[in-house]
Design a protein around this ligand. Structure first.
Ligand SMILES: [Fe+2]
Length: 321
């Protein structure tokens, strides 16, 4: 089932049509023949057909339309990222404004992967985003409260992933890492919770978790690492950040119970940021905690979970930035 062609289509409506996408794409519809599902060509979209196709898609209200994953990846590369580059070149926005332009694109691509039955190849649409983000963090002075103020707190997995990726870039800047290490921090942070794609709906909002739930939760770092490793295009730093983001500094974490410096720098950073973002995002059972309150709780009441040197570096950055 996982390799079935039906897994590579995302449903769209007329609102997906983009006048700026000069290369265009194929619009499909679904046809069911017994237990067999087929995706058939409905129309070829080009910008000159925008009005005609938009009208047809609006009027055909009982028909579901789809885009193939290959076209969706091309859409991000040929249209969304080209438009982003043009915007940045034309307006020369300030660092925070640049991040504000990139953040929704990161969330959208992550959402396409996490929400729909797209394959891991969908993640390759993110490939160029570190080229935009890393120089902004490397050379711009971005205060952490301002960055935390820019991110959404809606509690969705794609928001959490995007937030941890951005906060990891901040950490990279205060630790003065290279641009290539910044790239790894961003992608590692972004990908840490990809394994949650396999979670059944509502798992994380359950008031009481059963043994079977815990077993699924404890697997998510390893399942994401395996998937990324199979893609053969992500560094060891990224893979370790993903698999170690629930390892506690005192050895009480999972999946391996690693302790201290046996956890990579990337994993230790991810542990702090994963908890920070979880606390500051909305949850069904509690409202979001404010940035400063979350950081204070991390420092004072969760001793043992985090690398104290990294926490010191984070707090020191607030007084020097
Ligand atoms: Fe996680």
């Amino acid at each position: 089932m996982a390799d079935s062609i039906e897994h590579y289509f995302k449903p769209i409506t007329h609102t997906f049509l983009d006048k700026d996408w000069k290369e265009g794409f194929t619009v499909y519809y679904k046809s069911t023949d017994g237990s067999q599902v087929h995706y058939l060509v409905f129309a070829q979209y080009l910008p000159e057909d925008y009005s005609r196709l938009e009208k047809i898609m609006k009027e055909t209200d009982r028909q579901e339309f789809f885009i193939h994953e290959n076209d969706l990846i091309r859409y991000y590369r040929q249209c969304v990222l080209v438009r982003l580059r043009e915007q940045i070149q034309a307006k020369n926005p300030k660092p925070l404004e640049t991040i504000g332009l990139i953040y929704p694109i990161v969330r959208r691509i992550m959402g396409d992967y996490l929400e729909y039955d797209t394959s891991p190849r969908m993640l390759r649409a993110l490939d160029e985003l570190p080229d935009f983000l890393c120089p902004v963090f490397k050379h711009g002075n971005i205060p952490f409260p301002a960055l935390a103020g820019l991110t959404l707190k809606d509690g969705s997995i794609e928001t959490h992933c995007a937030n941890v990726g951005l906060y990891a870039l901040y950490y990279g800047r205060i630790l003065d890492v290279t641009e290539s290490e910044l790239r790894d921090l961003f992608l590692g942070g972004l990908f840490s919770d990809l394994g949650k794609k396999d979670f059944p709906p509502g798992l994380e909002s359950k008031s009481k978790l059963e043994q079977v739930d815990w077993s699924l939760i404890r697997k998510h770092p390893s399942s994401a690492k395996k998937m990324l490793n199979d893609m053969k295009c992500y560094s060891e730093n990224i893979l370790r950040m993903v698999v170690e983001h629930h390892e506690n500094f005192d050895g009480s974490g999972y999946p391996f119970g690693l302790e201290g410096d046996k956890i990579s720098l990337y994993g230790r950073i991810a542990r702090i940021l994963d908890v920070f973002d979880a606390m500051t995002c909305e949850r069904p059972f509690r409202p979001p905690v404010k940035t400063i309150e979350a950081l204070t709780q991390i420092k004072d009441s969760m001793e043992g979970h985090f690398d104290p040197r990294l926490l010191t570096a984070l707090f020191k950055s607030f007084t020097t930035s």
